[in-house]
Design a protein around this ligand. Structure first.
Ligand code: ADP
Ligand code: MG
Length: 269
């Protein structure tokens, strides 16, 4: 989809005509979340993990969801990925309300439309890198020869062409996360959900994974939604949603937050 299709006219603050990306209510929203509430009831204790979240993500965007531990990032991902159901509110993927999907359609969504990357890599330890990446294609009914060929290509793309027969424990953390990235891409998802993908990696390895995700976003047009409290993520994001206590606190475009990043990094040190 060419970028100009995403543009609409608007006036800037000096009343000059400018082109901006269309945001609300366009067909380009690949994810749309309306008033999502998620309550966990544990005996007499009720945790309200999401308290009325609204957000839209356009096709091809790179979004970071920033927020401290416990703010509801993973819960929100579980809603977007159809891994769990909201207590209230709606989640639309490509304008389809996922609550309306039957079990088969939901499985299709999880398997084909969305790729997942987790902080703890979640690779299958007894399987080689190649087998880990091939597995989602097997689930999707891809013939095995074709699956293996594609897995080799994906592992080569993430820089692990010479490690395809290694098992996770024979790989470094960064290499394991690369396998997880390759696996997330196996069925050509439109959306990749990355839940703190650099959380278990050192600074440089984390940067490498982020640039890899950014490359996929730019070259393949994959929509990336990444939860993080890692400020390095801000550089590559088109927009940042700040979440606190189960609510979206603010939304910013990258160019708006540059000053703030400096301030925050000072704060963190
Ligand atoms: P984050 O990913 O931002 O660290 P989470 O979405 O994991 O935050 O958690 C948000 C809140 O919901 C936290 O208070 C957490 O303890 C609670 N929570 C998350 N998952 C569950 C669950 N399965 N059962 C009960 N409470 C949960
Ligand atoms: Mg989390």
């Amino acid at each position: 989809m060419p970028a100009e299709n995403n543009l609409e006219s608007a006036k800037d603050k000096d009343n000059k005509e400018v082109k901006v990306r269309a945001v609300e209510g366009t067909k380009e929203n690949t994810v749309r979340i309306r008033n999502v509430v998620k309550r966990y009831e544990m005996g007499s204790v009720i945790v309200e993990a999401l308290r009325g979240v609204n957000m839209e993500v356009q096709r091809g965007e790179y979004i970071s969801i920033m927020g401290p531990s416990g703010s509801g990032k993973s819960t929100l991902f579980n809603m977007i990925g159809g891994l769990d159901k909201p207590t209230d509110g709606r989640v639309y993927i490509d304008e389809v309300d996922i609550a309306q999907l039957d079990a088969y359609e939901l499985a299709w969504l999880r398997c084909r439309k969305i790729g997942y990357i987790f902080q703890s890599f979640n690779l299958i330890p007894v399987m080689t890198a190649l087998e880990n990446v091939t597995l989602p294609m097997t689930f999707a009914g891809v013939p095995s020869e074709e699956g293996v060929e594609k897995a080799v290509d994906l592992l080569t793309m993430v820089g692990l062409g010479d490690r395809i027969q290694h098992k996770p424990l024979e790989l470094s953390g960064g290499q394991q996360q690369r396998v997880a990235v390759a696996r997330a891409l196996a069925n050509d998802p439109a959306i990749v959900l990355a839940d703190e993908p650099t959380g278990n990696l050192d600074l440089n390895t984390g940067r490498e994974i982020i640039s890899l995700l950014k490359r996929l976003n730019e070259e393949n047009g994959v929509t990336i939604i990444s939860a993080t409290h890692d400020l390095k993520m801000l550089d590559v994001s088109d927009r940042i949603f700040w979440i606190r206590d189960g609510r979206i606190d603010k939304v910013g475009a990258r160019h708006e937050i540059e000053l703030e990043v400096g301030a925050l990094e000072g704060e963190e040190a």
